[in-house]
Design a protein around this ligand. Structure first.
Ligand SMILES: *Cc1c(COP(=O)(O)O)cnc(C)c1O
Length: 385
């Protein structure tokens, strides 16, 4: 088929590039095998303790293993691993707590929050009022947070961001939660792998009612979502709101692939997550040494992300978009809105951030770095599986 030729080209092309896209990762061969298994075209409907479809025995074993291992990995009492994406995990979770209160506060898109929570997206679909969280210096503005929550009648606070470099002060969140009775949700889409590997915001689940996120950004899984909680009542609602509400069939092959990823995380997650954060810090240091400026105040990132500085790029004759295009011409991939991520190159075993920095700086100075990039790419060896 004509498509197959394009898929082959796509694979060869992606294999020959260096991916610094902050929201992506690479699957291990085992996870990839599960994703393209026979399960990819099957049905499952787990209702009232039995599966309404036949031929699902081994799949049911996998789902059970996945839920058991997810709870072990995150130390949570309950988990729901079937959501088809991070967005659907968010939708399912919010739907399960909105009865409590229809005023939802989250970090706004302008401040690096997830655009899906506001602007006529989930707020319109689920019928809640969105309130932007007070924010400064890449963190919540704790001085006025409680007051803002009270003023707006906020009952649900969603933490977590798409541009995310600092952990929150969960002790303050816990105090506000006690005083105001709000429900705290932690959207860990970007940092789920770092959370699982205990290299970032170790206290997220302890101080939140629900943690959810994408399984394919810093986590080792295929595209999808996951929800964890210690609250049985909330969990029952989430279960109710999954099948026939936010989805029907669950994508069995995704469940199998995620189950492989969770096993990999249990085994290698801590080593990987530590390695990712160290590489972010090393890359930041190397870039600074070469005069490549990051967004002021974001240099001390504690996650996989580094944020580019548009003013600095302008001084080099680029904006976010044209710099990304220029990198892509040179086989280096980043998004078009100013983020870099170290998670995928870390999984590929690339730890010499001096070389990565040299390539980025070189391209920003319009130098030819083809040889250096080829060398880096030839060093790719998949780790942590
Ligand atoms: C990516 C992201 C989502 C949506 O996740 P998908 O898996 O793309 O559906 C939600 N919240 C945040 C903070 C994100 O970064």
């Amino acid at each position: 088929m004509e498509t197959s030729g394009l898929v082959e080209k796509y694979n060869d092309y992606r294999n020959s590039t260096l991916n610094l896209q902050a929201s992506e990762n690479v699957l291990s061969p085992d996870a990839r095998m599960a994703l393209s298994s026979d399960m990819a075209s099957r049905y499952s409907l787990n209702l009232d303790g039995h599966n309404a479809y036949g031929g699902t025995g081994y799949y049911d074993n996998i789902l059970e293993l996945l839920e058991k291992n997810t709870k072990k990995l995150f130390g949570s009492k309950f988990s729901e691993s079937r959501p088809l994406s991070g967005h659907i995990a968010a939708e399912t979770s919010l739907l399960s707590v909105l009865e409590h209160n229809r005023n939802v506060m989250a970090v706004s898109e302008e401040d690096g929050g997830y655009p899906g929570y506001s602007g006529g997206h989930l707020d319109r679909v689920l019928g809640y009022t969105f309130h932007p969280a007070p924010y400064k210096n890449f963190d919540l503005d704790y001085d006025i947070l409680e007051q803002r929550i009270k003023e707006t009648g906020t009952g649900i606070l969603v933490l977590g961001q798409s541009m995310f470099i600092k952990p929150y002060d969960m002790k303050i969140i816990e105090e506000i939660k006690e005083k105001t009775g709000i429900i705290v949700i932690y959207d860990a889409s970007h940092v789920l792998g770092l959370l699982a590997g205990k290299a970032f915001q170790k206290d997220a689940l302890k101080f939140s009612d629900i943690v959810y996120g994408s399984t394919h950004k810093t986590f080792f899984g295929p595209q999808g979502g996951i929800i964890i909680t210690d609250d049985e009542e909330i969990y029952r609602k989430i279960e109710e709101n999954t099948i026939f509400t936010t989805m029907d069939n669950v994508n069995l092959s995704r469940v199998a692939s995620l189950s492989v990823a969770v096993e990999e995380m249990i085994k290698f997650g801590e080593e990987y997550a530590k390695n990712v954060v160290e590489n972010t810090q090393k890359l930041s240091f190397e870039l600074a040494k070469s005069g490549f400026r990051l967004m002021p105040g974001s240099e001390e990132s504690k996650t996989h992300q580094l944020l580019l500085d548009d003013k600095f790029l302008h001084s080099k004759g680029f904006d976010y978009y044209t710099f990304s295009r220029k990198l892509e011409e040179n086989m280096v991939i980043i998004d078009r809105f100013g983020r870099l991520g170290t998670q995928e190159i870390t999984r590929w075993g690339i730890n010499d951030m001096g070389k990565v920095s040299d390539v980025l700086c070189g391209i920003s100075n319009k130098l030819n770095k083809t040889e250096e990039i080829k060398n880096l790419i030839s060093e790719k060896r998949l780790k942590f599986w």
